[in-house]
Design a protein around this ligand. Structure first.
Ligand code: AKG
Length: 524
């Protein structure tokens, strides 16, 4: 509880402070001169957090500990911005853009978000959070509707606003994650209570935004579509990451307000959203998301390179007299990884969100078909390589070395892929979908494996892995041990282990010679 509220004798004073602090919200911009006496100490308050009702204590506390947080009330935003932005966000709602996400917090259990969301941004950009990849509706370029373009205009305004603050950090916002909160919908489950400081009901719990460019700002605009009064009831809470002595703050907001987390504020602080009365709320959170591995251009480039390299490898098999010398384990590993990446990180992620998700994502429909076509080509090459390796024993001449390094790499990569496929099947089969997601947003199992069975390995790679392992053991007397632990952090890692590759080659040659000798002995 706020100590000012507690103290009965100070009720009159409290009233004054309350009134004043509503005005002061517009000055919770710490970059403005507050004229706060430096002797004021926020620890004097016995409350576990500070609010504008704490008056000058609050202002001083913001200045001292929450530099980089700026709150702009609606009257301080540029003319017409609020009406245009609110209108666009409401139209997105009416057109059913906002949907629940099924995320995997902690990477284990699927859960449904309390808020509905949509992502709008630069063409081809995606944003991954809590294990889910969101695909942005493009706000510019061919095919962008006027509604989506208006979100792009809003983004430009948010950039301009951010640029005006001193020490603003990078703010070339490339996407906005828009949240739609409907408190009335949650009457059954109810919003959870904020547990650490007893701040009330939480709509978005304590977190820092992830997958952002380091030192970049975040700009948030929010509106309360159905509320025609002036309640200050949705609140933003902030706390310091490291210090338990620095008290959190809670800032009231009202329809049309914006706030900014400048520069590295998001890296040093957490924020949460406290639910207001029964009002719905839409917030548009503009961010500079990382793009290294998260755009269509990125994955398209990868699959193009992989397909070309894999094709050259399979041509080498067919054309060379001693085909093994044309095979490169490093290249095979790269191609296998790209296949697994496009399958799990793009195709599976996209279709996890359902058929209607695809219908709504006009920009992505062709790119996803393109990615599936590349995936299919990589599958065909994998199958050709596999068939070749399995038949190699019968066609090789005595001087050929068994491509042990290639077999080893293929076994490892197929095991990884198999494990991912099992995880994805499990994820799609989660009961949360039939229970909490409407039919047309439930997972579709893509890519599909039905067609061209002869040209591609089956979805279940167990027997293919077994065949390769037997081949390796029989031919080389090598017991292949591969780890089932999978590093899912990145697919960009190239194979650099040439020493191992060369060692394998040498080992393979020696083992082959010894096997040939044994076989000759047997025949005699
Ligand atoms: O709605 C807000 O004000 C912030 C939402 C938020 O923190 C988020 O989407 O990550």
């Amino acid at each position: 509880m706020n100590p000012i509220k507690k103290r009965g004798k100070k009720r009159k004073q409290e009233g004054k402070i309350k009134k004043r602090s509503q005005q002061e919200l517009s000055s919770s911009d710490p970059t403005r001169d507050q004229n706060v006496p430096s002797s004021l100490d926020s620890t004097a308050s016995s409350s576990s957090y500070l609010t504008p009702q704490d008056g000058v204590y609050f202002q001083k506390h913001l200045q001292d500990h929450y530099k980089g947080f700026v709150h702009l009330t609606v009257d301080r935003l540029q003319h017409d911005f609020h009406q245009h932005a609110k209108n666009a966000l409401e139209r997105l709602r009416d057109a059913q853009y906002y949907q629940y996400d099924i995320v995997m917090a902690g990477g284990k259990h699927s859960s449904r978000t309390f808020v509905k969301r949509t992502l709008v941004g630069n063409p081809g950009i995606t944003y991954k959070y809590l294990g889910l990849r969101l695909f942005a509706h493009a706000w510019s370029g061919p095919g962008a509707t006027s509604l989506l373009k208006s979100i792009g205009d809003m983004n430009e305004s948010m950039i301009k606003m951010t640029e005006k603050f001193p020490d603003n950090g990078r703010c070339d916002y490339n996407l906005t994650l828009i949240n739609y909160m409907e408190p009335k919908i949650h009457t059954k489950v109810g919003f959870k209570d904020e547990a650490d400081y007893n701040m009330g009901k939480v709509s978005v719990s304590w977190h820092a935004d992830s997958s952002l460019e380091s030192g970049s700002s975040i700009g948030v605009y929010h509106c309360l579509p159905t509320q025609r009064n002036t309640k200050w009831d949705w609140k933003i809470a902030l706390r310091n990451n490291d210090s338990t002595t620095i008290k959190p703050v809670v800032v009231n907001t009202k329809d049309g307000d914006a706030y900014f987390l400048l520069k590295n504020f998001n890296e040093t602080h957490q924020h949460c959203v406290l639910a207001g009365s029964q009002t719905n709320r839409i917030s548009s959170t503009h961010r500079v998301a990382v793009t290294l591995e998260d755009t269509y251009d990125y994955i398209l480039k990868r699959v193009k390179i992989a397909r070309k390299r894999f094709r050259l490898q399979t041509e080498a098999i067919q054309s060379l007299q001693s085909p093994v010398s044309g095979l490169d384990a490093k290249v095979i590993r790269y191609c296998c990884r790209v296949l697994t990446e496009v399958e799990t990180e793009w195709i599976a992620q996209y279709w996890l969100q359902g058929a209607q998700h695809d219908k709504m994502h006009l920009w992505w429909q062709r790119p996803m078909k393109t990615l599936e076509a590349y995936w299919c080509a990589l599958e065909v090459y994998t199958c050709r390589l596999y068939n070749y390796l399995c038949s190699y024993e019968s066609i090789r001449t005595i001087n050929d070395t068994i491509p042990i390094d290639v077999i080893k790499v293929l076994i490892i990569e197929l095991k990884i892929r198999q494990s991912f496929r099992e995880q994805w099947d499990e994820r799609r089969a989660d009961k949360i979908y039939p229970r909490r997601i409407s039919l047309n947003y439930r997972p579709e199992a893509r890519p599909t494996f039905e067609d061209d069975k002869n040209e591609r390995l089956p979805k279940d790679l167990t027997s293919s892995i077994q065949e390769l392992s037997i081949l390796l053991e029989m031919d080389c007397g090598v017991n292949v041990k591969t780890t089932n632990k999978i590093n899912t952090s990145s697919f960009t890692e190239e194979v650099t282990d040439t020493a191992t590759t060369n060692k394998c080659k040498k080992q393979s040659k020696e083992e082959h010679t010894s096997n040939v000798k044994k076989q000759k002995k047997k025949k005699r």
